[in-house]
Design a protein. Structure first.
Length: 224
């Protein structure tokens, strides 16, 4: 916990830590991984375990060899869960430092880990995935990157495929003192304007000693 707090204080001082220009924010992620130098306590979002709500969803939605992609996979725990649930899984992150780290953590992995930028993805990934999983990326971006990220995420969903979107949530119109900047309903419901049909919305909280953190898991499907 002490290492985590010290790291948090250090990285909060870096350019891009609090948002601002897109190039600074994206460079900040690289710096966080690089400066962590292999210590996961220095990565604020590294739980070193897959998200519980994702595990519950996967229990009812096994992959059976279908293709999945994990958006901005960080250290790889959610991607490994997708793979273990039977999805042929691709996982990418902007930070090659994170990708190398994930490969080191999971040397026997069947996940295809790639360094890639959500805003400049390979053309052959368009509409190529039966499951697109996005966890905590949109909330980590500010300004116009949020809608651009949603556009890029939606474009990956194959006909008949699903999007599972997991982020912190807040009420429409409420203030966010990010990062992270929790998502508002109009942001995730915008996937319906991008050709996806709403399947479900699950609201839940994560309890911390000093606060309660609202979350949403929203599921969408592209018509076949
Ligand atoms: C808050 S972390 C979440 C990581 C992981 N999805 C999780 O649930 O733990 C946000 C991640 O987004 C990545 N990221 C930020 N901008 C990106 C971009 N344009 N393309 C790909 N990854 C990006 C960062 O490097 C970081 O690993």
């Amino acid at each position: 916990m002490a290492r985590r707090d010290a790291a948090r204080q250090r990285i909060d001082q870096l350019t891009g830590a609090l948002g601002g220009a897109a190039k600074d924010r994206l460079a900040w992620f690289h710096t966080v991984y690089r400066e962590a130098a292999g210590d996961p306590a220095a990565i604020p979002w590294a739980d070193l375990a897959p998200k519980q709500v994702l595990m519950e969803w996967l229990a009812d939605n096994p992959g059976k060899g279908r293709r999945a992609i994990d958006i901005a996979c960080g250290l790889g725990d959610n991607a490994e869960a997708l793979s273990a649930a039977g999805y042929r899984t691709t996982a990418f992150d902007l930070a090659e430092e994170a990708i190398d780290w994930a490969k080191t953590r999971f040397p026997e992995s069947r996940v295809d880990y790639r360094a890639a930028d959500l805003f400049d993805l390979p053309a052959d990934w368009t509409a190529a995935f039966d499951l697109v999983h996005e966890c905590y990326t949109v909330q980590a971006l500010d300004g116009d990157m949020r809608n651009r990220a949603a556009d890029a995420i939606a474009a990956l969903v194959a006909p008949g495929g699903k999007l599972v979107f997991i982020n912190r949530s807040r009420e429409e119109g409420s203030e966010a003192k990010g990062p992270p900047w929790p998502v508002v309903p109009s942001e995730w419901r915008r996937f319906a304007d991008l050709g996806l049909e709403p399947v479900s919305e699950r609201f839940y909280t994560i309890e911390r000693p000093d606060r309660t953190i609202p979350h949403v898991m929203a599921v969408f499907q592209r018509p076949a």
